[in-house]
Design a protein around this ligand. Structure first.
Ligand SMILES: Nc1ncnc2c1ncn2[C@@H]1O[C@H](COP(=O)(O)OP(=O)(O)OP(=O)(O)O)[C@@H](O)[C@H]1O
Length: 536
């Protein structure tokens, strides 16, 4: 990864600070507290940075102070960042925990943090651990709310919904699908908290309420400013300048690193290198025996969908026979996507009335839709392929996650390559990220992904929208072939009337959320047929 010069400088400065904090104290035999030198000695071979007004070695104090700052900054940043990230993820993801956690964050935000820190520091005599815990527990809410807001929006993305549908465990979804996206926020939070903890510790020590048994840069400055000799002699040059420059040095280093993407990207790459953990997903999935087959693959009775006060789907009933192809057509905005999403259980329960059965499972009846094996009993192709894939996972990993018929990685790999080959994609696609594929390639990869578990029912929302006419034709042929081969039921949402007429056993026409019947439907189909003759 290419770093800008400022990022390199930031890392270099911070590296120097860490080396000094870790190894600097080893280079001095003098204790930072011992008063064995003469007072106010200028820098020399013996006292590299001179001595202070009571004869203590300033170099020794500076390097021991670096250690104190590093450990306080690190501990506070770790505690505060862990709280922000974990509570933000949980609040954004869980509707149940959100009111509690968000309420707690709001309450903490209105607390006068500085006052509390001063009170705690005064009462505890500036104890280091008390300071770390106070700072750590008071500084998480701001970024927690930012992370929560990101997760609230991310969890509506198709790839997260898909992960939920195949019953990925909550921890897995949070860690694998959501954390990499909020990682830049986590990284920034860590660096900012590190920086402010160092500044806060220095300020408290400067005010005289730091830990008296440790040495720190703030305390060095307090000592220097508290003595008149500092300014009456040249001593300010070695008593005030070194700790001030050190604080400035670390603050600048952290500010420069804060602009770097190095940590986040390395982490995301690391996450992606990890083997897929979808073994958590239930595996008992085998295609149900033919005896369990239902002649009616999709049964819809008196279905309505209302968003707020706006009816989107008016009462509608229909049946899709097992092994058939039914196309859902209609003008833009007529409610096709809403219908498809409703059938697959992707619409909030409260918006839906009526009953839906898919492959024998009632959708929207508690417990029963959970029993449906997503991607095996029924699969869904979302309208927007780019949003359907997790952008920071390779296509191959996303195949492994979804595959339920194969038990080991080798079998999964072979089946994924075979499924990709059916849509004219090579095995090299497995190691590519979604952004490295064209829109058409992504559409085909999505179709392969939907077919890889040989689903009994496939609901496909505009699966060929991004394809050129030749590939489109090939994909329709593939879908027809798979319908026959797997005895699959296909509900196809499409604007492509010629194709719908060409491959469908049944066509449902929607207009303004209502099913069109009789002469109006015939008129719509006649128009489609005229196009169809141009198509074949
Ligand atoms: N989440 C939502 N909240 C409120 N209204 C919505 C929501 N989703 C869709 N709608 C409305 O439902 C109507 C039908 O939209 P839908 O996306 O189902 O149509 P469509 O037939 O699939 O259109 P297209 O062919 O352009 O994709 C539109 O008026 C749309 O504004």
């Amino acid at each position: 990864m290419k770093l800008t010069w400022s990022q390199r400088v930031g890392l270099l400065l911070f590296g120097i600070y860490v080396v000094v904090a870790l190894f600097g104290p080893m280079l001095t035999k003098t204790s930072p507290f011992s008063i064995d030198g003469e007072r106010l000695l200028p820098p020399s071979g013996q006292y590299w940075l001179g001595t202070n007004t009571i004869g203590q070695d300033i170099y020794s104090q500076l390097v021991h102070g670096a250690r104190t700052n590093l450990s306080i900054g690190m501990m506070v940043a770790v505690i505060s960042t862990l709280l922000s990230a974990s509570l933000g993820l949980l609040a954004g993801y869980s509707k149940r925990l959100d009111p509690l956690l968000n309420g707690l964050a709001n309450m903490m935000l209105v607390l006068p943090s500085l006052l509390l820190i001063l009170i705690v520091a005064s009462f505890t005599g500036g104890g280091t651990w008390q300071l770390i815990l106070t700072l750590g527990f008071l500084t998480w809410p701001g970024y927690m709310k930012l992370i929560r807001a990101s997760v609230l929006s991310l969890k509506e993305r198709e790839f997260v919904r898909a992960a939920q549908l195949y019953k990925g465990k909550t921890g897995y979804i949070l860690f694998r699908h959501l954390l990499p996206f909020i990682w830049p926020l986590v990284r920034t939070k860590f660096i900012l908290t590190f920086r402010s903890a160092i500044a806060m510790e220095a300020s408290l020590s400067f005010l005289g309420i730091g830990n008296p048994s440790t040495v720190s840069w703030g305390k060095m400055l307090q000592d220097a400013f508290g003595r008149t000799q500092t300014f009456m002699t040249d001593a300010w040059q070695w008593m005030i300048v070194p700790p001030s420059v050190a604080i400035l040095f670390v603050t600048i280093a952290l500010a420069l690193i804060g602009e770097s993407k190095i940590v986040g990207n390395q982490f995301a790459a690391k996450l992606n290198r990890r083997e897929s953990r979808v073994t958590e997903v239930e595996r008992q999935a085998q295609l149900l025996e033919d005896a369990d087959d239902h002649l009616e693959a999709i049964v819809v009775r008196d279905l309505t969908v209302v968003y707020g006060d706006k009816p989107i789907i008016h009462p509608i009933s229909f049946v899709v026979k097992q092994g058939s192809i039914t196309s859902l057509v209609g003008e833009s905005g007529s409610g096709k996507t809403t219908m498809a999403r409703t059938l697959y259980g992707l619409v909030p329960h409260e918006a839906v009335e009526g009953t839906i059965q898919i492959a024998g499972h009632s959708i929207y009846r508690d417990g029963e839709s959970d029993a449906m094996q997503r991607w095996v009993d029924a699969a869904y192709i979302f309208q927007d392929p780019r949003n359907s894939f997790n952008p920071i996972m390779t296509i191959g990993k996303q195949f492994y996650e979804t595959m339920k018929l194969q038990t080991n990685l080798e079998q999964k790999h072979e089946a994924a390559i075979a499924a990709l080959a059916e849509v004219q994609l090579g095995a090299d696609v497995m190691i590519l990220y979604p952004h490295q594929l064209s829109g058409g390639m992504l559409s085909r990869a999505l179709i392969a992904l939907a077919l890889v578990n040989k689903p009994k029912v496939l609901i496909a929302d505009e699966p060929t929208g991004a394809l050129d006419p030749i590939v489109k034709r090939e994909v329709f042929d593939l879908l027809v072939k798979k319908v026959k081969e797997y005895r699959m039921t296909l509900l196809l949402i499409t604007h492509d009337m010629p194709a719908a007429l060409h491959i469908s056993d049944e066509i449902i026409v929607l207009q303004d959320g209502k099913q069109v019947e009789g002469e109006q439907k015939q008129h719509y189909l006649r128009k489609g047929k005229q196009l169809y003759h141009q198509f074949v």
